[in-house]
Design a binder for this molecule. Sequence first.
Ligand code: ADP
Ligand code: MG
Length: 835
Amino acid sequence: MAAKKEKKLTPMMAQYVAMRRSLPEDVVLFFRLGDFYEMFFEDAQRAAATLNVALTKRHDVPMCGVPHHAAQGYIAKLVKAGIRVAIGEQTSTPIPGKLVEREISQIISAGTVDDINLLDDTKHNYLASVSFSGKRYGLACADHTTGEFTVAEFADKVQLEDELKRLSPSEIIIPDDQLNQLGGIAHCMPYDGYAFIPEQAEHQLKDHFKVQSFDGFGCSNMTAATSAAGAILHYLIHQLRRSCDHLLKLAVRDNSEHVMIDSASQSNLDLVESRSGKKHTLLHALDRTATPMGARKLRDWILHPLRDLNKLTARQDLIASFLEQPYLLNQCRDSLKKIRDIERTTGRLSQGSGTPRDLQSLGLSLAQIPTLKDDLTAVASSTALAGHLLDHIHNFDELVELLESALVDEPPAKLADGGIIRDGYCPALDEYRTASRDGKQWIAQLQESERKRSGIENLKIKFNNVFGYFIEVTKAKADLVPEDYQRKQTMANAERFITPELKEVESKVLGAEERSKQLEADEFTKLRLQVAAHLNELQETADALATLDVLLGLAETAQLFQHTRPLIDDSRQLTITEGRHPVLEQTLIDEKFVPNDTNLNHEDSRLLILTGPNMAGKSTYIRQVALITLMAQIGAYVPADAAHIGLVDRIFCRVGASDDIARGQSTFMVEMNETSLIINNASDKSLVILDEIGRGTATFDGLSIAWSVAEHLHDVLESRTLFATHYHELTDLSNTRPAVQNYNVAVREWNDEIIFLRKILPGSADKSYGIQVAKLAGLPDTIVNRAKDILSHLEMNSSKPDAKKKPRAKNTKATMPESDTPQMDLFGESSPSAS
Ligand code: ADP
Ligand code: MG
């Protein structure tokens, strides 16, 4: 950068260039210059465009700047655009003619921002780090806003990437010497490989946590994970210059505890995001949490369902006790609604960046705890989980009292505004305040007495930052001023004076104000340190409150939508009576949701083949089964009259390529990759949802693939499987396979129209109704009628005259269909793709 110009640089520019050199290439340096942050050279060019500020030039140096007081908004814009911002602050008081000292105070990056405007309350903001060591992939994740710090290890890269998709970090670092192994990870940024070297990382971690070994964290032998974790600390502390004091422990995320949901299944099931909008996600349908901590935890639970029967039963028990006492459920939820983001507030306060309002909101939140604990004890103290939560929700009576007595009722947003500390809390502060108040009053009285003394009616005592207090008299009356007035300034139509007496009181007033501000700042720091002293208990409390909040929210949802407690066990059963789609039942406006039963079991019904016309409700039904299962495995009640769910180890959900064009990668290859993931990973404990698999290729190819996949799932993997397909031929599998069952979605024809009944019935569908659906979709009559003609013509000429009525009757031998059936092509490919 600007190397050739360096010789001519002023001392300040030299300081700038040196500072910029010490920083990574990609950051933009905000260089503090009085009331502005200035950017120079390439930084200015990059930032000006993103920030939409004027790019100027001085001595050929491109530059732009933003006012210091508005910097936060500009920083937010850059960070949002993926640019890291380094803050170069002034660290010495400006003295004319001397170069002000400057230092980098911190670098702000997407994974570490604490600007409330950039953060989503309901989502963690993760910085992740990935490392490859000993043939394993290590992942560490830190939420700098809350202090959460976790590690995990994976045997293969696909699993690692799935977990990354679940956690969706805002920033990912990888060792710059492992670009071969890890370079393909989306949105990753290379960072000094030295920080990832196991010994170095271990040292960094041990030093940070002040421990001799990682036994206490349960990750002693997880070298890949600890190397990633050590690197995160290195990055935060050394490159970003952040304090990590609030990262108090390292928790291991054990994948074997969770129901694995790969990233394709995650999107196909619309768990936390949906192409149709937030409202159409499972998260949205279940989220009745009252606090941001709860909302974040629910998201985490949905993406990491459990396999442990005991843990799930414990969650169910707690929900059950509250549902038995709805009054107390409401009362607890009311308490929770008064609780703010304890996690992030504590995070900010312990980092020194909190505001007076953070302190206040923390106090108000913690004040809810005693009532909440009483209620929880009354309702559920007999359940194991409630006992655990009660142990982890601490009382902070002293802190609450302290904050209450110290803070005014409505503290200002910023410390600098002053007026934070309540009268009577700090005697010294009270004295200064009295002095300043009395002084001001004295000055007000002085105006009266001076008017009398001088006889100048409109004499005023005013204040400005240049002279402090002064007496102002209009030009016309200036001759009347008493002799002891000293002239200070002559204005266009007024004269300004001071008197020794006035200056004496002024110094008391201003001195007192100055000192009271300082004292307030000191008191604020003391309070903040008090909070920091309770960091551990506060984090533990916040976490337990989050769990309680999620469970009470689930209880509330259960109550609102008549969800019932599923029977869960380790069987391979999946029986649902009158099940509903948890999201659709809440969002359907025109239609009422039609419930359906499901009966999957290992012995005689582990593969369900579901046929029926487009738009009938196939996709909805098979997803509903997956979502109900998933809900049961986060401990929730489920939208059904009854359910018996044998716990699953993985949930797969595949959508055939042509049904999935909107995903922008609708190639047959992707579909097959995803299918092979199932074939290679599913077990007899898994739940597999296949929606129109094999669609992305020619009909016979597709059918053959669908057929062999279905056979394999039934014969070899023995997973519980729901297979929605337009390949009616597949229903023949039930003739040769003991545990294949056919179902179809009922429709009725009426006046040449098709009516969807949304009922799942045993047996296979009799025809495709493609033309009726096309008509429903608004194709003009001319087209529809012509299609009917062609269809009947095709059917007449077809070598199999009964193809229309019973497309599968010809295949009772369960052989592969013959290749000269024109009917399939027409129906397979021409029916409008509905979902
Ligand atoms: P398919 O996969 O058979 O083409 P979908 O499952 O996509 O059909 O369903 C099409 C539409 O029908 C859905 O968007 C939904 O509005 C409606 N639907 C599906 N199942 C039901 C149901 N059980 N009750 C009410 N409406 C339903
Ligand atoms: Mg469908």
